[in-house]
Design a protein around this ligand. Sequence first.
Ligand code: HPA
Length: 276
Amino acid sequence: MSKKLMEAASFIRSAAGTRPQAVIVMGSGLGSYADQIEADAVIPYADIPGWPQPTAPGHAGRLILGRRRGVPVAALSGRLHCYEGYSAAETVIPLQTLLLGGAKFVFLTNAAGAIRTTFRPGSLMLIEDHINMTGMNPLTGPNDDTLGTRFPDMSGIYDAELNEALQKAAEAEGFYVERGVYAWMAGPSYETPAEIRALRVLGADAVGMSTVPEAVAARHAGARLAAVSCLSNLAAGVGSEPLTEEEVLEAGAAASGSMMVLADAFLDQVRQLNAS
Ligand code: HPA
């Protein structure tokens, strides 16, 4: 695996002069942040050796390399999911390539269903911890020692200092962010109301079909991580409406301004941490 990742990493290095310090992964309907980056290079995943192709709606499949808020960044516009037929290990190939290339900070976003009854659709939630309900893990298989250790610790996976900075930025802009635990379900079917009740009992506040594989891969490689859910809908049985893909994409688009504030706050924090 390492050899394949190295090949992709050197391809990317030759395509852009800067080495990305931070990686941004935008979820369903949240991809417009990529337009905010002063791009040095935009590379279709199809051109990068060994990278799988995204097939999900709202996931373009482009790597954007450039700068934003003075930080060399890579944005992965186009996420890979296990429900597309990829193994968890395959879904993190793009992120691991960039981690191998030296990126030390990761910002993940997603669309998620709200389980906690006080949550309102359209708001954002800082992920404080997760529950992996899938039985899958991106580190299954031989360990890549160049990236990290065989049995990485997962406590404190979502960086408390970064979350504080994001919360402060939201307050300064006059919007509220929730905090909570994200449960990863394999999808692609949405959950049943009984599954949502079970997830609530287990301590989950929101549910979605992504993010956890990248979070685990980021932690494995020793990167500092923040992740934000756009609560696009009430989870099954919490509200009375059936769930649709359209409402998820619409909520993502409606929240993209607030999400942009948080992504910028994340990069400001990266710049400060690098300077100190
Ligand atoms: N469940 C799972 N994934 C999701 C949901 C949901 O309710 N909303 C957006 N992604």
